[in-house]
Design a protein around this ligand. Structure first.
Ligand SMILES: Cc1cc2nc3c(=O)[nH]c(=O)nc-3n(C[C@H](O)[C@H](O)[C@H](O)COP(=O)(O)OP(=O)(O)OC[C@H]3O[C@@H](n4cnc5c(N)ncnc54)[C@H](O)[C@@H]3O)c2cc1C
Length: 427
């Protein structure tokens, strides 16, 4: 078999990289352990929200404060039984909880995401079919000062050219703008430059376009070994057979950490689980809505409203914790006019890949000259995957790193020994 660029993972990160590699005329094959787009890219909010660029580590998250995050009801939750395994990551994460790193990270992510609107429009012109909505997003807060604080957080994005309002709106003006909000919501603002896709249609559309352009996508093809010779990965061993590799792109979302570790490469990254479900509202929101008090995102699709939230650090698993889902339901219910029925449907959990500094890793590895990583897109995978995929494909095919990728080098993390769980012999 002739050598190709093997992309591991068919979430948004893998598919967008494959899409642009193909546009740069590379021979590509995508391998996926499960079904196309079945990981975190499946039922997320689908927001294209590049102005919402703040990485997860923020100033003010002290170790003492983090104790509160061991409570199961907390929107950001560290599961106590996972704390030992999480500790090395958490110590690093904590070291990025300061104003300087947060500002730097926000600027880097804001810059990377800036091109997403042009890129998704270009994809559609190129025949990639997916559901795209350009309704904008309303930030909604129960208290005026919280609405104002949220807008203030976005202010630095203006310097990157994002179109943001100068002030919040309240009362009748807000409720006329978004009639689905309950009277409890006192303040908010509209960010018009915010679109959304239906996440599963985006991955399905990309996969179909890739297949039309001759790219093979192997489903049910779990990668279990990467064979190396010297400074190259030579072969990718999958459940569907072995593949000779010219280049390899590791884009396996939250599973990337273990695959990289199998080659001795440590990426400080943990899965941050989130949940989503659908309801049938009586009044469908006209916009996507971010409920800032409860950190819940709501996305309108036809007759269903998808609601999602929480960030749970409990290891690699997609288990549904119904108490946490009930919390999201309660938070959303008090923020909207009553729903048609209280039934929630399409319960789902997905794992966001979260690095210790909250920024993606989009780079060539130092150990292997033909091994590339595209991961760590955290809360913004749908938003960042198109520009990141384009820039990485350029780097792979030309050998030159676009400036845009400078902040996302893997070498920015001080070298650490691999966590003990990755040193156990394979079963
Ligand atoms: C509730 C929720 C809401 C969200 N809302 C938004 C939003 O509105 N906007 C936004 O931009 N982002 C959002 N996100 C974040 C976004 O979903 C993620 O950042 C993104 O999906 C990550 O994509 P990925 O391709 O890196 O990982 P994944 O989508 O998880 O893809 C990784 C793929 O690799 C495959 N794989 C794993 N191991 C192997 C192996 N050994 N061999 C072969 N294949 C393998 C997996 O099966 C999977 O399909 C949300 C996330 C959640 C949980």
């Amino acid at each position: 078999m002739s050598s190709k660029t093997v992309v591991i993972g068919s979430g948004v990160a893998g598919l967008c990289t494959a899409y642009y590699l193909r546009r740069f005329d590379a021979d590509v094959i995508v391998v996926e352990s499960n079904r196309i787009g079945s990981g975190a890219s499946f039922a997320n909010g689908g927001w294209l929200c590049p102005a919402q660029a703040g990485p997860l580590p923020e100033a003010g998250l002290t170790l003492t404060g983090m104790r509160a995050l061991l409570a199961r009801d907390s929107a950001l939750y560290f599961k106590p039984s996972h704390m030992q395994a999480l500790a090395p990551w958490l110590v690093r994460f904590r070291s990025y909880c300061n104003e300087r790193d947060h500002q730097r990270g926000t600027a880097a992510i804001g810059q990377l995401g800036r091109g997403v609107f042009d890129l998704v429009e270009e994809m559609q012109r190129d025949g990639v079919e997916f559901e795209l909505h350009r309704q904008g997003m309303v930030y909604a807060a129960q208290r005026v000062e919280d609405g104002r604080r949220e807008l203030h957080k976005l202010a630095p994005m203006k310097q990157l050219g994002y179109d943001l309002p100068d002030d919040i709106i309240t009362g009748t003006e807000l409720h006329e703008l978004e009639p689905a909000l309950s009277p409890r919501i006192a303040a908010g603002f509209l960010v018009q430059e915010h679109w959304h896709v239906k996440a599963d249609t985006f991955t399905a559309g990309l996969a179909a376009a890739l297949r039309r352009s001759g790219v093979e996508i192997l489903e049910g093809a779990e990668v279990f070994e990467l064979e190396t010779a010297g400074r190259s990965v030579t072969r990718v061993r999958t459940a569907a057979g072995d593949l000779d590799a010219e280049n390899v792109v590791l884009a396996a979302g939250s599973w990337t950490t273990a695959l990289a570790a199998s080659l001795g490469i440590a990426i400080p990254m943990e899965p941050g689980k989130g949940y989503s479900f659908s309801v049938q509202p009586k009044v469908m929101p006209r916009h996507a809505v971010l409920l800032v008090d409860v950190h819940v995102g709501c996305t309108p699709f036809d007759d269903r409203l998808r609601i999602g939230g929480t960030m749970e650090f409990s290891g690699v698993n997609s288990r549904l914790d119904h108490r946490r889902i009930d919390n999201i339901v309660a938070g959303a219910q008090e923020s909207f006019v009553p729903w048609q029925t209280s039934a929630v449907a399409e319960l789902w959990a997905g794992m966001r890949p979260i690095t210790a500094d909250g920024l993606p890793v989009i780079d060539r590895t130092e150990e292997y000259e033909n091994l590339f990583i595209a991961t760590g897109y955290a809360m913004q995978g749908v938003t960042l995957a198109p520009p990141a995929g384009r820039a990485l494909a350029e780097m792979i095919t030309t050998g030159r790193r676009p400036d845009l990728l400078e902040p996302f080098r893997i070498g920015r993390f001080p070298r650490i020994p691999l966590p003990v769980r990755f040193l156990r012999p394979r079963q």
